[in-house]
Write a protein that binds this ligand. Structure first.
Ligand SMILES: *Cc1c(COP(=O)(O)O)cnc(C)c1O
Length: 388
């Protein structure tokens, strides 16, 4: 069958593929330690599920407004005002089918053919693909351990051309776990304003922070950057609601209206009763968020301790999200070779860094139980020893 040319522009999601492979092996009864998870391993908190069940029982089963339930948009605007210092009203918010859908909608609403989007690497693997699907051109800016995997203001300035429209900014970051400091965010914001770009701030890991790391939303740093900021966010990571498919986009009213029109002709509203769960997530107690964060913190420490004892691998200490990004360059293997062999010989599943634009790295997720972490790190140690 002849398919549209745009299909050949994109590559299937490597993380979903490897996760599926590991799951299939597990289903065959093979003892797999999987560190591929891009989602919390906890169930959704009870009060959130209860609110969705109640909505279902009350008949919240019909079409709703394409931009989302008014009460949820209100609650989101309220959260962004009070927690993040972003002066949004309900009209600045659209509820989407997850943070991924927010970003995809944004690219569709914003980009003309050839428009450039600046994406710091290592990046979340869907960013460049979405830009391409929308007809835009991803401009990848490589970062590495020497700058703490952070794009510098100088690099950003150098990447700008007359076609540049948008910077994609993700802190805390997937895959690196990096959290930019307020001063670093301020310095990038100055370049965005100076070059008259837009920035989309993907804040999906906002609540998953460790140690002294703090989250600052780039849009809160002054009126000029606020006017150029779009927030992409969602419930998946902080509230362990990945399967619910609820995210949101916040920005200028005319942008949100444009995205609403696109959504009105594509997905329409997000599952109505699921949105009531999201309202409960925002308005209920935040203790669940903190207890999951604490569990991640313990696992992070355990994993780092084991990893640091493995010669031949190096990794930076992540300050957020639930991933460690490991430099495998000393092994001389590509990230795909490393992950294939690790899975075959030791039954440990990891994501090759090439998926994130860093072929000399692998990503391990610690959104898994402590027993798997201990067992998996032992196997990883054995594997790396076998290489030297
Ligand atoms: C998980 C993730 C998202 C969005 O996930 P959804 O399930 O679509 O809400 C967005 N950005 C990053 C970096 C992520 O890791």
């Amino acid at each position: 069958m002849k398919l549209a040319a745009r299909v050949s522009l994109v590559t299937p999601s490597l993380t979903l593929e490897i996760t599926a492979k590991a799951k299939a092996l597990k289903a065959k009864g093979i003892d797999i330690c999987s560190f591929t998870a891009g989602e919390p391993d906890f169930d959704t908190p009870e009060h959130i599920k209860a609110a969705a069940k109640k909505a279902l029982d009350e008949g919240k089963t019909k079409y709703g407004p394409a931009a989302g339930e008014p009460k949820l948009r209100e609650a989101i605007a309220n959260k962004l005002r009070t927690e993040n210092g972003l002066d949004y009203q309900a009209a600045n918010i659209i509820v989407t089918n997850g943070g991924k859908h927010s970003l995809f909608n944004l690219m569709l609403a914003l980009l003309d053919p050839g428009d450039e989007v600046i994406i710091p690497a290592p990046y979340w693997l869907s960013y460049p693909e979405m830009v391409k699907l929308a007809g835009g051109h991803p401009v990848i800016v490589q970062t590495d351990a020497s700058s703490g995997y952070k794009i510098t203001p100088k690099q950003l300035r150098q990447a700008v051309t007359p076609r540049s429209r948008l910077l994609v900014f993700n802190s805390p970051s997937n895959p690196t776990g990096v959290v930019y400091s307020p001063a670093e965010i301020q310095a990038l914001a100055e370049v965005v304003v100076e070059k008259d770009l837009l920035v989309v701030s993907d804040e999906i890991y906002e609540k998953i922070l460790y140690g002294k790391a703090q989250h600052v939303s780039i849009g809160s740093l002054g009126p000029e950057i606020f006017a150029r900021t779009i927030i992409s966010h969602g419930f998946a990571k902080g509230y362990s609601m990945t399967g619910w498919r609820i995210g949101y986009l916040a920005g200028a009213k005319e942008l949100i209206q444009a995205v609403t029109t696109i959504q009105g002709h594509s997905t329409s509203n997000v599952c109505t009763f699921a949105q009531y769960g999201a309202i409960a997530a925002l308005e209920g107690s935040q203790d669940c968020v903190e207890s999951m964060r604490q569990a991640f913190a313990q696992r992070r420490d355990a994993m780092l301790e084991r990893l640091n004892a493995i010669g031949g691998l190096t990794c930076a200490r992540p300050d957020g999200a639930f991933y460690v990004f490991i430099d495998i360059s000393k092994t001389g293997l590509t990230s795909l070779e490393f992950c294939d062999r690790l899975l075959e010989t030791q039954q440990v599943a990891a994501i090759p860094g090439i998926a994130f634009g860093a072929d000399d790295h692998i990503r391990l997720s610690y959104a898994t139980d402590m027993e798997s972490i201990n067992k998996g790190m032992e196997r990883l140690d054995r594997f790396v020893r076998s290489l030297f």
